[in-house]
Design a protein around this ligand. Structure first.
Ligand SMILES: CCCCC/C=C\C/C=C\C/C=C\C/C=C\CCCC(=O)SCCNC(=O)CCNC(=O)[C@H](O)C(C)(C)COP(=O)(O)OP(=O)(O)OC[C@H]1O[C@@H](n2cnc3c(N)ncnc32)[C@H](O)[C@@H]1OP(=O)(O)O
Length: 193
């Protein structure tokens, strides 16, 4: 089967424009939700991704594969790697545009097996915007920023209103956030744009 990629973005887009209050290059980003499997510190076996803003519409995330993340003996599960990219890409959209968005489509290319203990260095880039559709892509390198590429991903995020989360979230979790807003860390979106 060929690895030839389809054109990306797949539709005509406007170039991305970061929000004027987007965090500056070099900023370490906080977890967006303490119970998030991708970044939250209250998920013991979660991915604990940590992200930092880069130059030119990029965000670099790091994720270390632990024993809890295995699919085959000693190797990361592909679905968890996809989760790491979902998180890294979503963080890029949410923090640079400062608008809530959800993953509509996520595609991954697994190029190399990723052993337990590896730290994936994931560089994500905002590629283009078409109305509510935000196209973003990333590559993950083994252990260092010039290590071999292990995974590539491309995604479509769709901008949504905050009511998306209020209408669809489990009431007890929304209530927990209302009682302890620190669960959300610093909300990287405008609540009242
Ligand atoms: C208490 C409040 C807390 C709030 C927290 C808020 C914000 C946090 C902000 C930032 C966070 C920072 C970091 C985030 C880190 C990680 C992120 C993880 C993200 C996820 O893990 S998130 C979970 C998985 N995700 C879902 O749970 C989505 C389920 N889904 C839906 O909720 C709907 O499906 C939706 C909303 C996607 C669309 O529904 P809709 O009715 O609003 O709009 P519609 O269908 O018209 O789509 C509009 C245009 O997108 C095109 N389109 C849509 N889907 C497409 C597809 N798959 N392929 C190709 N095109 C697609 C259409 O074709 C149309 O295109 P066009 O305009 O050209 O016609």
């Amino acid at each position: 089967m060929s690895r030839t990629q389809q054109p990306w973005p797949p539709v005509d887009t406007e170039p991305p424009k970061a929000h004027p209050d987007a965090p500056a290059p070099g900023t370490d980003l906080p977890q967006h939700y303490a119970r998030c499997f991708g970044c939250g510190d209250q998920q013991e076996d979660g991915l604990h991704l940590r992200a930092q803003v880069g130059d030119g519409h990029t965000i670099r995330s790091r994720f270390t594969v632990t024993e809890a993340h295995q699919g085959a003996p000693g190797l990361a599960h592909g679905g968890l790697l996809a989760c790491a990219f979902d998180e890294a890409l979503g963080t890029t959209v949410g923090n640079l545009l400062r608008k809530p968005a959800v993953t509509g489509k996520l595609e991954t290319d697994f190029l190399r097996p990723v052993p337990v203990g590896t730290t994936l260095v994931i560089d994500a880039h905002l590629d283009g915007i078409a109305g509510r559709k935000v196209y973003v892509s990333a590559e993950g390198r083994m252990d260092t920023d010039d290590g071999p590429v292990a995974v590539r991903a491309r995604a479509l995020f769709v901008l949504v209103d905050l009511s998306h989360f209020v209408n669809h979230g489990r009431p007890e979790d929304l209530q927990a956030v209302a009682q302890d807003p620190k669960l959300l860390g610093r909300l990287p979106v405008e609540v009242n744009p």
